[in-house]
Design a protein around this ligand. Sequence first.
Ligand code: ADP
Ligand code: MG
Length: 323
Amino acid sequence: TVTIDKIAAGEVIERPASVVKELAENAIDAGATAIVVEIQDGGISLIRIADNGCGIAREEVPNAFLRHSTSKIRSVEDLVHIGSLGFRGEALSSIAAVSQVELITKTGEQTFGTRYRIDGGRKVDIEDTGARDGTTFLIRQLFYNVPARRKFLKTPMTEASHVGDLMTRLALSHPEISFQFINNGQSKLHTSGNGSLKDVIYHVYGREIASNLLRSEFSSQGIRITGFLGKPLISRGNRNFENYFINGRYVKNQIVSKAIEDAYKDFSMQHKYPFVVLHMEIDGEGVDVNVHPAKMEIRFHNQQEVYNRVYEAVNKGLHAEEL
Ligand code: ADP
Ligand code: MG
């Protein structure tokens, strides 16, 4: 029911950035190679997200907004991985419960697209429309029917910066997808999608950082780490430049941060916080990502093991420079 969806929305949807995160992950799952996100007033009055993915067949459109409806679990094998993939089929129902949604979508097989509107979880109308292949969501007036939540939103500027940070992370985690972010009509980020992580880093952080990188390639005992380490020339004032993705998910974790910082410190005494962009693949049994799929927390079954491997990877990467 709408009430339960509204409660569920409290779990998943905290602010405009959480809406963008869920919809962008859906676009990625749909095989999109280009994703455009546009917001007005920090995303509070409008979020528009357009992808060129597989689209949703007309007969599936209303179902997609039902709680626990997901097209992504097909086998027992998938069920085993359900946590790590974050497939839980409640993003659309949650978003629709607390906003006014307009969806335009078309699959490759269909001649016409579908336009669907749903307000506060209640269907308004569904009709044919001309559309390109792919999916566009318009989310208007977030939390218009949950004043208590709306009150907790920060200023449009702050909400926009949360969306901007998210877009940066999405671009860094998927160099093979072109991401564009437009805030109040101004383009803030536009990556090429050519697959080069270094190009994304250049685009986001500029020449200075991009031309002082060491490549990191490491694989041992169920952990694979690839990406870039900032040369230990410049120490940063905080952890904001430590970007790491574990099994595709952007996370913050004490153990991982500590391992990275310790490796830098041992390499160069005064070094505090480095710049890194690392992708880590850890075998399913090594991580417990069920902590909260919408948040950035991650738990490890064997913390010491993870610490050692990450330390080793960064240490090796830093010393490789001298070869
Ligand atoms: P989940 O992603 O966990 O399956 P969601 O509520 O996020 O649940 O989405 C429900 C369903 O709607 C998805 O399983 C998918 O079939 C469909 N869907 C949502 N967004 C898109 C999109 N951008 N492109 C294609 N299909 C989509
Ligand atoms: Mg989803």
